[in-house]
Design a protein around this ligand. Structure first.
Ligand SMILES: NC(=O)c1ccc[n+]([C@@H]2O[C@H](COP(=O)([O-])OP(=O)(O)OC[C@H]3O[C@@H](n4cnc5c(N)ncnc54)[C@H](O)[C@@H]3O)[C@@H](O)[C@H]2O)c1
Length: 413
């Protein structure tokens, strides 16, 4: 049996993906790339098998690799994907695909010159309730989906300082500067997947309410961005990016002409499917509350995987693409991935500008690419020492207190 040889960049999230890929019989993790010796050691311990770890990406790429998983810093995926394209190495890339508009253009230009398969490693559409919602939408009983909502809502305990060491371990880390619209794929991709729609216009407003964290250097006082997209099929989505309000949930709701389906917040994956009284299909009630099933031969492996089983399914989907030599379906393909990045980036621009709408460029068209090919604006520090060029928070002068920042430095020591 041919085994696909896979390398993994970044040994935080990258190790989760390595574990899930390893469950596929025709796949072997042959190399990691990680800058930090400490994170490399803990990553190997977690992975449970000795695999060479390279510090330098170019040396790592000299290994015999069929594909690379890109799981380095959130906003710096593009240059590494491009290096893979130059060698026709396939790419499974964590979210988001590009940290700036210019990088989106650069990524696509390089991709179109290569034979690489590119897939976004977006796992939330593959959670059980989201798979069920797509299944029901595909069945057609709801009619055309005209409005949908997606919330990725992750409040943090203001007293908890333990997670800082593992997740926000230096002051310039991307999580300290992450605008609320940027982590968009977990709320948006499930809706795109269920409906097939693609955003064409975006606007966003902030919910400014700094979390009273004991120790923090988070420069974003917004708790959420309320992002609206108008889509190519005339539908409208309202999504949050990464929010931190109310109680924790991943919640989605799809409304059609005849009824709606949603997973109920706080009800552990139960799905509520309702129809208008005049449009109840045969075999259904007006109100249907149920726990969906996987209907999948890999159910046991899925149940044991992270992110509600999504991690396993994404790994399997990528391997299926490699086996069949095909690009993934919408919204896992590179054009959908860059569209979602545009929603993230231009959504933030809208939020900073009081909610003014922005057209989402169609990066298949050269005339749209030239508009953005030099647009390098970023709210993040770069690994090369470059500084942010735009604010990350709606209240541009916002900063945590000196006391909070001092406690943050203590916590990450
Ligand atoms: N889909 C999901 O559910 C999910 C969950 C967590 C994280 N993520 C995504 O995965 C990516 C990584 O997340 P994380 O939490 O591990 O981030 P992180 O910032 O904690 O870790 C990134 C790792 O990459 C390493 N790295 C950075 N640049 C490097 C380089 N040039 N060469 C070698 N190593 C380098 C860092 O040392 C670090 O270990 C991000 O895009 C994040 O958004 C996705």
């Amino acid at each position: 049996m041919k085994k696909f040889k896979i390398g993994v960049l970044g040994m935080g999230r990258g190790v989760d993906l390595a574990e899930n890929l390893s469950l596929q019989k025709d796949c072997e993790i042959v190399a990691f790339c990680e800058l930090s010796a400490e994170r490399a050691a803990s990553g190997i311990e977690r992975f449970g098998r000795e695999v060479p770890v390279f510090k330098d990406f170019d040396t790592f790429l000299e290994q015999e690799l069929d594909a690379v998983v890109i799981a380095n810093y959130f906003h710096e995926h593009t240059p590494y994907a491009i290096k893979c394209f130059e060698k026709n190495i396939h790419v499974l890339c964590e979210c988001i695909s590009n940290g700036t508009m210019a990088q989106g253009v650069e990524l696509l230009r390089a991709y179109e010159k290569s034979d690489s398969i590119y897939m976004l490693a977006e796992n939330y559409p593959q959670m059980k309730f989201n798979r069920e919602m797509k299944h029901v939408c595909d069945g057609g009983t709801l009619g055309k989906i005209i409005f949908a909502e997606g919330e990725y809502n992750h409040p943090v305990d203001p007293e908890d300082t333990d997670f800082l060491k593992g997740y926000i371990y230096f002051p310039e880390h991307w999580r300290n500067l992450l605008p609320r619209t940027y982590y968009i794929t977990h709320s948006l991709a499930p809706l795109m997947w269920a409906t097939g729609a693609t955003p064409k216009r975006v606007s966003a407003v902030p919910v400014f309410s700094p979390i009273p964290e004991k120790a923090t250097a988070r420069m974003v006082g917004d708790r959420a961005a309320i992002v609206t997209t108008v889509n190519d099929d005339g539908s409208v989505f309202r999504v949050t990016g990464c929010a931190a309000f109310g109680a924790h949930h991943n919640a989605y709701r799809l409304c059609g002409e005849n009824g709606q389906i949603e997973n109920l917040r706080g009800m552990d994956g139960q799905v509520m499917l309702r129809y208008s009284a005049w449009a109840i299909p045969e075999g259904k009630q007006e109100v249907n509350l149920y726990e969906p099933s996987w209907n999948d031969s890999d159910e046991e492996l899925i149940e044991n995987a992270g992110h509600g089983g999504g991690d396993y399914i994404v790994a399997r989907m990528f391997l299926d693409c490699l086996r069949e030599g095909k690009q993934p379906d919408h919204p896992y393909d590179i054009y959908s991935a860059t569209t979602m990045s545009s929603v993230a980036i231009l959504g933030h621009r809208s939020l900073l500008g009081g909610g003014q709408p922005y057209d989402i460029p169609d990066f298949r068209l050269e005339e749209c690419r030239v508009l953005y090919e030099n647009d390098n604006d970023t709210p993040f520090f770069g690994s090369d020492g470059s500084e942010p060029t735009i604010p990350c928070c709606s209240v541009t002068e916002y900063s945590p207190s000196e006391e909070q920042i001092k406690a943050y430095y203590e916590a990450i020591k």
